[in-house]
Structure formats: C-alpha cells, structure tokens
Design a protein around this ligand. Sequence first.
Ligand code: SAH
Length: 453
Amino acid sequence: MSYIVNRNDRLNVLVEDLTHDGAGVGKVDGYPLFIPGALPGEEVDVHVTKTMKKYGFARLLNVTKESPDRVEPPCHVFSECGGCQLQHLSYEGQLVQKRKTVRDVMDRIGKLPHVPVHAVKGMDDPWRYRNKSQIPFSERNGDIVSGFYRTRTHHIVDTDVCIIQSEVADDLMTALKQELHGLGIEAYDELTHRGMLRHLVVRKGRATGEIMVVLVTNKKKFPQKDAVVELIKKVVPNVTSIMQNVNNQKTNVIFGEETICLHGKSFIVDSIGDIDFEISARSFYQVNPEQTEVLYGQALEYAQLTGDESVIDAYCGIGTISLFIAQKAKEVYGVEIVPQAIEDAKRNAELNGMDNAYFEAGPAEVVIPKWYADGKRFDVLVVDPPRKGCDEELLNTILEYKPKRVVYVSCNPGTLARDLRILEDGGYRTQEVQPVDMFPHSSHVECVAWLEL
Ligand code: SAH
C-alpha cells in the first residue's frame, strides 16, 4: 500500500526537480511536495505544512545530503525577501536549471523534442545588474523602514543593501531612511493612508552613468522638498534628474499621474549598442541593460537582415528592438498597446536620426491585420509579447500571411512553447531556441526562438 502524506508529517525526501518559482520538488510515493529552499539532488528532512489532493507543501528542516551546487546566499535577507529565488544555487547551477526548464516545456508543451535549446547565455558578473530600483518606504514602531516586499505580502523586509541593484540606490535608500525624520518627513503608512514618502525610484543609465531619482509622494504639497533635494545632491553630487511623482490613491500601483521636476532634467539618456534612448520617470525600459544587448543581438542574428527587408516589431514597447533592427533593415513597423510608449518610440527614432521606423499604438492583433489589409507585406516578424504570450488572432494573422521568418522573444517559456506548437502546425519550423539570463538569482528566463516557413 502506498504511503499517504498528512499535514504535520516529518519525512526525509529526495528532491528531484525545481519549480518555476524556485521551490524544490520531492516525491513521496509519487505525491509531489513543494519544498522552498531545497535543491535537486538533495535529501532533506521536511515538515509537511499543507496537503491538497494532488500535491502538498513542506518546510525545509535540515539538508541530510547536500547538492554540490548549493552555496551560501550572499544576501543577508535572502530567506525573507521575495526579490530573488535562487541565491542558494551557484550561478552555474542556475544556468543549468534554467536551460532544463526551457527544454522541459519544449518537450512537454511544444512537443518539440528535436529543437535544439542552447546553453543559457549568462553574465560574467551577475551582481548589481539592475538599472532601476523601486523601493517602498513605511513607518514601523516609530522608525522608517525601506527595502523590498516579502513574497506575496506587503510586509517590507528592511534592508540597507540589495546586491542586484546599483550602489547608488543603496546609498540613497540608507540616507533617506536615516535623515527623513530629522527633516520632518514621515514615510507613508498604507493602513492609515498618512505620511509623505511612498516609494524611492532610482534609475541609472549603464552606458552614460546618468542618474534619476524619483520621490513618489502621497501629496503634491511637499514643503520639505528643497531640503530633500539638497540631501540627494549630497549623496549623489552628479545627479542628472530629481523628480517628484504624486500618488494619493489607495493602490498598489507605484506611480500616480502627475510628475514634477525638482532638479535638473526630466529624463536621463542611456544607450544600447549604438542607439540612444531618453528615459523618463515612468518609461518602460529593460532593467538589465548588459543582457538586453545580448538578447537583442540574438534576435538580430536570427532575423538575418541584409538591408532589404520590411520587418514588423510586435509588442515593441518604446521601440528598443525596432531601432536595433532599423539599422540593418529597409524599414521597421513597430506596434505597441501603450500610447505613451509609442510616443517615446517616435521620439527615440528621431533622436537617433532614423527615418525608416514607423510606430503605431494599438493591439498588435488589430493593427497588424490592418497593415496587411492595406497591402503592406513583411519579410520578417519579430514578436516580444508579455507573459501570456501572443494573442491567438495575431498567430492566425501570421499563419494567413506567412512571413518567411519569425523571431520570437519570450519572457515565459511555457507560453512560448504553446505558441511555437501553433506556428509549427501552421507550417513553420522552429530552428533553434537561445535562452538568455536577464534576471540572475531569480527564477525567470528569457528566450529567443527562430522559426522559418
Ligand atoms: N520589446 C519591448 C517590450 C516588450 S514587453 C522591449 O524589449 O523593451 C511587452 C510589451 O507588450 C509591453 O510594452 C506591453 O505594453 C505590450 N503589449 C501587451 N499587450 C499588447 C497587445 N495586445 N498589443 C501590443 N502590445 C501589447
């Protein structure tokens, strides 16, 4: 008779796998137990905390046989903070695991066991890579706390250091925490909706070193603003831009509608490859610029442009991939659902003197069929959809008009595999998949897939 797992059982289990959010998976007579903190290959003592019909959860008590890839997490709040999931796994081990994740979904969901999935392109130095930090502030027992939210909660794990963000973000977070009360400023309290400072947002141009600091405040009237500007200038003497964003809503959304310039310019400039981008307080911009270059470079390589092609960049954001492609193609048509991002894309095309990039705001699944209906034809289609993958209507349009090459950039291997299967069934062949590590120490992995008709 097979063993039935019950809540509060204490068991020793062999960990066989890792979930997409970084928990170990052990099986007891075929019944999966999710064990945060455990690694594949390990034998662990666990305490079962919850059981459901098909799976359960357990707390790691003790590792009785350790994985050779286990390392001491360098961050002192790793076990409490929800920002990273894999710091207890060596970086090499993370890359192996991420490739396996992609391989698994290609086989299981995509039914594409013959398609090569290459080794993940990782970073030489996978720390301090983020160019944007969004740090919540709050009051707790008369003190200011700031840091990052514990997973699935609004509890701030107080810290002065985050080793995946920039040093300047650490310095600002610490200085504000120490000095705000002295300046008569309180941090925001979500429960009472009182207090001034809600979030500190820091953005840094990797190529230019330009720095923007945004203070998200609960009120527009901010009497101590000159003192705070002076404090920020003391911490970052060469700061490019200090902005105030007003958000007086009871909401989880970080930014409000109104943004005011307190010092310097209202944007910073950064470049990817040869292309410059203006980034304002609320612009979408990739958070790991070093790996963005790797990701876009791979997309460009798969697009195999000679200079004669008409290319679509679907889900183009502020046109970063579009402008990369515009340098090597006859023309690029970018489409994106957020109108503000399309404004940024047009401005960035102009800033770089590019006159062969066209942008239109709207849903890709509506705008692209319209371009085709207007008689436009395209040689290559690049898509970079959000986590839910491509809209079905867009896939239908691809299968109707059949551009000869599709380059699919994806932040979710599961929906990538699903969409590749649909395109395969409609006549495309997936040539290769190249994973790229955009978020070291998290469980995320990006991929670029190359398809030919
Ligand atoms: N390619 C860009 C952005 C990719 S993120 C870059 O690399 O920076 C995915 C983008 O798809 C987001 O900007 C989101 O606003 C946009 N989006 C989401 N649904 C969409 C839809 N139906 N049509 C067009 N764009 C959409």
